[in-house]
Design a binder for this molecule. Structure first.
Ligand SMILES: *Cc1c(COP(=O)(O)O)cnc(C)c1O
Length: 374
């Protein structure tokens, strides 16, 4: 059986967890949380990062920080995970969903400006499969209309736009360390604060609405309830696990890129013969090998391919179902047709992708895909 995903352990995870326990500080914001913060602040070249319990929670922090309230509009792609939207729905926002690009599941940047009105507060971009949105276009529109930009960079660790790391463009950005992402601690996330205006309040929201962080730095002589907030900071056990993974980021990324290239090079002839479509990486974007997907010509073909792979004990999976057409949202959608997004919902299939997949198993996957089309 070839699973879709399998978590990878570098070997140091339990060692660091043991160390955290020995240090008798296993709640949040201890040694390993600080090491993780430093790692990302250096890697992204940003001033402030805060570990979160998930990317979902980091997105909720972002919505609170932007003071999103009922009546505010937020623009985001429909082809994304529910958390991108839920975070803003929870604050009462109206969501305006954007279609995907014809050549990529990421959002069509050229459609964003037409959705802006007096109530628009923010644009949330999602770097699907770790492939950058065209950030020059997005940042330019946001600047002209005075809007905040949030990057949902859940899939975008070690990914770049014109050689600048994703997560360093928006006022705020979020990453995920869920088991299915390149770097994981089971469940975990990160909020990146690029706009210095938000740093102080981000720490307060992170510490359940208290100024506890400032108190521990000796900046105030007692701490108390100063704003809204929640339990967004993860325990040291998660941070210790995560730090072991971060130390091995380069190795993990090298391996994942080799896996991605193997699929790409060996399935390329099907693409050349226009049997199936493969990801296109725009020249301004890097490839962080988060996933490898194919796009079939119809939903029937996609479903038969998935079933065919399963008979060969290979677990491919489809991905997002358009949020604008979901049972929760469809009666709130403004009726625009989002055809590219629907096409990716119907036709996209992700192939097994994990650090330890062997070349012989990859060869089996490729052979099964090819034999399906013969
Ligand atoms: C994985 C993912 C999330 C959610 O991340 P969690 O850490 O599981 O909360 C949000 N947005 C996108 C685009 C994702 O891929």
């Amino acid at each position: 059986m070839i699973p879709f995903n399998k978590p990878y352990l570098t070997g140091k995870e339990t060692h660091y967890i043991y160390d955290a326990v020995q240090l008798t500080h296993i709640s949040g914001n201890g040694k390993y949380t600080k090491l993780c913060h430093q790692f990302f602040e250096k890697k992204l070249n940003v001033e402030k990062c805060l570990l979160a319990t998930s990317c979902t929670d980091a997105l909720e922090m972002a919505a609170i920080l932007l003071k999103i309230k009922s009546g505010d509009e937020v623009i985001m792609p429909s082809y994304t995970f529910v958390s991108t939207a839920n975070a803003f729905i929870l604050r009462g926002a109206t969501i305006r969903f954007v279609d995907s690009r014809a050549d990529h599941p990421g959002m069509d940047e050229s459609l964003v400006e037409s959705l802006i009105n007096i109530n628009t507060k923010a644009i949330v971009v999602v770097h699907y499969a770790g492939v950058a949105c065209d950030m020059d276009v997005i940042m330019n529109v946001a600047k002209r209309h005075n809007l905040f930009v949030v990057e949902d960079a859940a899939q975008a660790i070690d990914a770049y736009y014109k050689n600048k790391p994703l997560g360093s463009f928006g006022d705020l950005a979020t990453f995920s360390f869920h088991e299915t992402k390149n770097i994981s601690c089971g469940e975990g996330g990160l909020l990146v604060i690029n706009n210095p205006e938000f740093i102080e309040r981000a720490e307060i929201i992170w510490e359940k609405g208290t100024n506890r962080s400032a108190f521990f730095r000796g900046e105030v002589d007692k701490y108390g309830w100063v704003d809204i907030g929640s339990s967004f900071l993860p325990s040291e056990l998660n941070a210790a696990f995560l730090f072991a993974q971060l130390e091995n980021l380069d190795d993990i990324q090298q391996k994942r890129k080799a896996i991605w290239n193997y699929y790409h090079d060996n399935i390329k002839d099907l693409v050349d013969n226009q049997v199936i479509f493969m990801p296109r990486i725009p020249s301004y974007a890097s490839n962080n090998a988060h996933m490898f997907y194919l796009v079939t010509k119809s939903v029937e073909e996609r479903d038969s391919l998935l079933a065919y792979l399963k008979l060969s004990e290979i677990y491919g999976v489809f991905h997002y179902q358009s949020l604008h057409a979901s049972s929760y949202f469809s009666n709130k959608h403004d009726g625009r047709l989002l055809v590219n997004c629907d096409r990716y919902s119907d036709c996209l299939i992700r192939l097994p992708f994990y650090y330890e997949i062997s070349e012989s198993n990859q060869a089996k996957v490729v052979a099964a895909v090819k034999s399906f089309f013969e």
